[in-house]
Design a protein around this ligand. Structure first.
Ligand code: KIV
Ligand code: NA
Length: 272
């Protein structure tokens, strides 16, 4: 069994912060695995890997393919796979069938789904039947069409109360931890001190029980806009661009391939 279990994440409440990142491929999962407690195969892959405009078009098959790839690259961190839009909102039974398919076909440890109080019944249904659930409240990218945009949530008292109620509902329903995305910092701190399972913040608060970022954002590999809440830890995009330019120069100048890259310099030809 892996060092990091669902129980270990749940028990990390109020202890050392949980280190979480997204991963979509085997080599990146291998590189992140040791440093992280949790790797999330987020449906953000629709935008980050496939260039889609939102997470709405991401399919169950895409999540399964990338989930299996990340599981193959991880020996340490807990691997959680997102349920994509349309695969769980209809009913607890629909959510169970698709979550079970993801668990069986990827070998991941848990699933994540978006939604607060409205998902309470579904979270309870799954957790009672052996599927660990990571909840996701506050800004919910799969609801971008209904909510209009990615602005931070909880600035107004009524909305803040409703997000706090969501946090209570998903924790009471049995979620082992809760991603709190894009809410004003004081609300994220209040949620963290209120519920008894860990909060994992993104654009939230340093007081959350853990932090998560989209790996490509923090590595500097994202096309286009990078949100305010991201800290850049590398400039991988610039490194790749420079490597491509250097390769192009070498090919055009016939400096690549060189002698050491070549096979069969001396073919054996039969005498006579
Ligand atoms: O899809 C994703 O990457 C996520 C994280 C940002 C929490 O849901
Ligand atoms: Na997601």
């Amino acid at each position: 069994k892996k060092p990091v279990t669902v129980a270990a994440i749940r028990n990390a409440k109020g202890k050392d912060p949980l280190v979480c990142l997204t991963a979509y491929t085997t080599p990146v999962a291998q590189a992140l695995d040791e440093a992280c407690d949790l790797l999330l195969v987020g449906d953000s892959l629709g935008m980050v890997v496939y260039g889609m405009e939102s997470t709405i078009p991401v399919t169950l098959d895409m999540m399964i393919a990338h989930g299996a790839a990340v599981v193959r690259g991880s020996k340490h961190a807990l691997v959680v796979v997102d349920l994509p839009f349309g695969s769980y909102q209809e009913s607890p039974a629909q959510a169970f069938a698709n979550a079970a398919k993801i668990l069986a076909e990827t070998g991941c440890d848990a699933i994540k789904l978006e939604g607060g109080a409205v998902m309470g019944e579904t979270i309870n249904f799954l957790t009672q039947r052996g599927i660990p659930v990571l909840a996701h409240i506050g800004l919910q990218p799969q609801s971008v069409n209904a909510l209009g945009g990615y602005a931070a949530r909880g600035r107004e008292a009524a909305e803040a109360e409703s997000i706090l109620a969501d946090a209570r509902a998903v924790a009471d329903a049995g979620a082992f931890a809760v991603v709190v995305e894009g809410v004003v910092a004081p609300l994220a701190a209040r949620i963290t001190s209120t519920i008894r399972v860990p909060t994992i913040g993104i654009g939230a608060s340093a007081e959350c029980d853990g932090q998560i970022l989209v790996t490509d954002d923090m590595m500097g590999m994202t096309l286009g806009h990078v949100p305010k809440f991201v800290r850049r830890y590398a400039d991988v995009g610039a490194t790749v661009k420079a490597a491509a330019a250097a390769y192009a120069e070498d090919v055009r100048a016939r400096r690549f391939p060189a002698e050491e890259h070549l096979y069969g310099a001396k073919p054996k030809i039969a005498a006579g």
